[in-house]
Design a protein around this ligand. Structure first.
Ligand SMILES: Nc1ncnc2c1ncn2[C@@H]1O[C@H](COP(=O)(O)OP(=O)(O)OP(=O)(O)O)[C@@H](O)[C@H]1O
Ligand SMILES: O=c1[nH]c(=O)c2[nH+]cn([C@@H]3O[C@H](COP(=O)(O)O)[C@@H](O)[C@H]3O)c2[nH]1
Ligand SMILES: NC(=O)CC[C@H](N)C(=O)O
Ligand SMILES: [Mg+2]
Length: 525
């Protein structure tokens, strides 16, 4: 498999199990510096192999002095790479370099007053007194030799420090959260002054770089793109089309797990809007047969991932056959894979496997295609920015996400044609009413889920029913890594509930999911 082309020199965020590692990476990108997350199990060599422009050590739940706590190899500080430690990362840095860290007896959670004794480079532009958002029980009591103490707070004798000569910096608080009003300023001080970075990266930079990389990777071969009509694959297809023109054919797989009206919409609107060559594969029977009898979410995801590839292989054979003797092999498969798909699938870099996204962790071992994934390093809102810059129509760029495995991961239980029909009907009603109420822009997406293995007693038309519940899962999010449930108006919920229970057979109850992510994920499987 040909590796995906490389990204620019990254600022690595080393994740010590922080709630906010993603957020740190995003804030760095907002400062126009490219950033990636790596697990703390990465060795110094593995980090340096990525040629980092700087390194940020994240917070984390452990205590640096506890047995088995993750630690920082002091060799990292000898490598000449600028480093910023945040909270746990700050404490780990202090300990590794000979400072002392202990419990203070005064934990600081939430907005905390910080006194800046000298601003130095890291806190340049900060007033003497500021509020910063803290979340810790341990504190640095003595800074390592060579460091200047920049700030203190009631519970943190050393709340920030720096060693300008060695380009090492640290803060006890969380500059990445919006509740630290001067947080972004401190991060930018680190990136621009501390690490001397230019701040000239934007998601739009990706376009020229990726077009060049795609040309280099693909040469004059034929390419297919798995196209769903969603944001990611549409933007990926637009990029590849700019790079290699009509070497590209888009392949839309109708796996029978789509929502009502979706095939028609992609066939008609997408082609009209973009002019791409599109092949539609009717693979409903293949997927249904392969999924029969399976109810475990990961098993379903792996089957769907595998069958997608089988369908792409068939499409590739068809394309070659159609082209006759003029046709070369189709060696490349373009996918609209994003950074969150990679992170959640375990990323192959030591992060936990939350769920196997069909296009990453769900790929079969015998994959023959080389993957072309120009958006693999980006978050969704960044992909939308790239799409807008490429001129992809707003109706596509602004679309709510819909997962590749579709309704297959929204039926909790075994997938059957009958259950798909029930869910498709309920989903169509929810979407219609949300659109009618003008709520589409307010929500990120609203999965509608059928609890196929659950039944409850109801009363309809004076008779007893024993039907299934439908779950509504409206969420708001910036990048799908974290989400909150959307507070939909009660009257809209009431209409949806009444219509679903009246119009969809076998459904006698509608429930609302009021869980944020974490702890719940957006989809139920
Ligand atoms: N029905 C489909 N036919 C062909 N390829 C698909 C289909 N569904 C998903 N894919 C492929 O899997 C990738 C991941 O799917 P995903 O749903 O994350 O992205 P998307 O559909 O492009 O965008 P969005 O997240 O906005 O729905 C897609 O980018 C596309 O390459
Ligand atoms: O293409 C996809 N293939 C998948 O296997 C998959 N699983 C989840 N999703 C979508 O990803 C986002 C985050 O979802 P979760 O909170 O459920 O992990 C949400 O937008 C989900 O709809 C998927 N998209
Ligand atoms: N948020 C953090 O990184 C906390 C660090 C450490 N666990 C403490 O309590 O001090
Ligand atoms: Mg999709």
């Amino acid at each position: 498999m040909t590796p995906t082309p490389s990204a620019p020199r990254p600022v690595l965020v080393v994740d010590f199990g922080a709630q906010y590692a993603q957020l740190i990476a995003r804030r760095v990108r907002e400062a126009k510096v490219y950033s990636e997350i790596v697990p703390h199990t990465f060795t110094v060599e593995q980090m340096l192999a990525k040629d980092p422009a700087a390194i940020i050590l994240s917070g984390g739940p452990s205590s640096v002095y506890a047995q088995g706590a993750p630690f920082v190899d002091p060799a990292l500080f000898e490598a000449g790479v600028p480093v910023l430690g945040i909270c746990y990362g700050f404490q780990a840095m202090a300990k590794a370099l000979g400072g002392t860290v202990a419990q203070t007896g005064l934990s600081e959670y939430g907005g905390t007053a910080v006194e800046v004794c000298q601003a130095g480079a890291l806190l340049a532009g900060s007033p003497d007194q500021q509020t910063a958002w803290m979340s810790h029980g341990d504190a640095v009591h003595a800074a390592p030799e060579g460091f200047e103490v920049l700030a203190t707070s009631a519970g943190s004798p050393v709340a920030a420090f720096e060693d300008i000569g060695r380009r090492l910096y640290g803060v006890q608080w969380h500059p990445e959260v919006k509740h630290s009003p001067l947080g972004q300023k401190a991060l930018e001080n680190f990136l621009y002054q501390g690490a001397g970075l230019a701040g000239d990266w934007t998601p739009g930079n990706v376009i020229a770089d990726q077009i060049a990389l795609i040309r280099e990777q693909v040469g004059d071969s034929r390419v297919i793109c798995g196209l769903s009509g969603g944001v990611d694959s549409s933007v990926a297809a637009a990029l590849v089309q700019q790079a290699v023109g009509d070497q590209l054919t888009c392949v839309f797989v109708d796996h029978g797990l789509l929502r009502a009206g979706e095939v028609e919409q992609v066939e008609r609107d997408f082609v009209a809007a973009t002019g791409v060559k599109l092949v539609v594969m009717d693979e409903k029977q293949r997927f249904l047969a392969a999924l029969a009898g399976h109810s475990d979410p990961e098993t379903k995801r792996k089957i769907i991932g595998r069958e997608f590839i089988r369908a792409f292989e068939q499409a590739a054979r068809d394309i070659v056959a159609d082209a006759g003797e003029h046709g070369g092999e189709v060696k490349f498969l373009v996918q609209g894979t994003l950074y969150p798909d990679v992170v959640e699938s375990g990323g192959g870099e030591g992060t936990a496997n939350i769920k196997s996204h069909h296009n990453v962790g769900g790929l079969p071992d015998d994959l023959q295609f080389s993957l072309v994934e120009p958006l693999r390093a980006l978050f969704k809102d960044e992909v939308r920015a790239v799409g807008r810059e490429l001129g992809v129509p707003e109706v596509i760029v602004a679309r709510q996400p819909f997962p590749g495995p579709g309704l297959g991961i929204r039926i909790v239980g075994e997938i059957t044609a009958e259950r798909l029909e029930i869910l498709r009907a309920a989903d169509a009603i929810a979407r219609e009413e949300l659109t009618k109420a003008g709520l589409d822009d307010e929500i990120w997406q609203c999965p509608v889920v059928l609890l196929a293995d659950v039944r409850s007693v109801g009363v309809q038309g004076d008779g007893r029913t024993y039907g299934h519940p439908i779950v509504l899962r409206p969420v708001s999010s910036e990048d799908a890594m974290t989400a909150d449930w959307t507070r939909l108006p009660y009257d809209v919920l009431a209409i949806i509930s009444t219509r679903i229970t009246n119009e969809v057979k076998d459904v006698n109850r509608v429930v609302l999911d009021v869980t944020s992510k974490p702890p719940g994920t957006i989809e139920w499987e």
